[in-house]
Every structure is written in structure tokens, then in C-alpha cells.
Unconditional design. Structure first.
Length: 113
């Protein structure tokens, strides 16, 4: 399901393959995640959207029944590979922030065992 994180970010990313819905003002597409953290997500896409576009990601985490609706902006695009969405953590509802934080921490904890 997931692999150890490979970076030294403020919020460690968990390598994780999940299906996610990406929405922006012009599109709704279903994509696969590459990694996830409390502050963002990387989605695989051959034709990523432009940077700085407002975005919403709908994501169902394993073991959690609710679908997370995460708002943010496209922070980076890698044509032919995918793109990163940075979540707007100030606008994230408390329950969704808690679920995302607990899921990423549990995933990282499982990897270190």
C-alpha cells in the first residue's frame, strides 16, 4: 500500500497509490496518487493542469468511511508525470485535517515497524 517517505519536508509524505478525484474550474478527472502528506498530494497525470489553479481533491482513505474534500492550489506541474496540490490548511475543516493528519502519521508509524 505505501512505502517509506523519501524527503525531509515539514510534513513527511507517504508514498501511496489511491484513486482520487481532482476538480478545478474546468475539469473533473479521476487520477492516482503518488504520495500524500498533511499539507498536500501528488497526482499522476500525463497532462497536468496549470500551476496556481484553484483545485479540489476528493479522497477516500483506507479505513476511513468519509470522503475527504480537500481544497488547495496546483503548486507544481511536471508535464508527462503529474502535479502537486498544496492544501489550504487554514480553510480545511477540523475533522478533515484531523483525519488526514492521523492517517499520514499511522502510515508512517506502520512503515517504521
Amino acid at each position: 500500500m505505501s512505502e517509506p517517505p523519501d524527503n525531509k519536508r515539514g510534513f513527511p509524505r507517504v508514498r501511496l497509490r489511491l484513486e482520487a478525484a481532482y476538480e478545478d474550474p474546468a475539469h473533473q478527472v479521476f487520477l492516482t496518487t503518488r504520495d500524500l502528506s498533511e499539507s498536500g498530494i501528488y497526482l499522476l497525470a500525463v497532462e497536468p493542469p496549470l500551476a496556481d489553479v484553484a483545485a479540489r481533491v476528493l479522497l477516500e482513505l483506507p479505513g476511513h468511511p468519509a470522503i475527504l474534500r480537500l481544497h488547495g492550489r496546483v503548486a507544481r506541474r511536471d508535464p508527462g508525470m503529474g502535479f502537486a496540490v498544496a492544501f489550504d490548511c487554514d480553510e480545511m475543516p477540523g475533522e478533515e485535517a484531523f483525519t488526514l493528519r492521523e492517517f499520514t502519521r499511522e502510515s508512517l508509524s506502520q512503515l517504521s515497524q
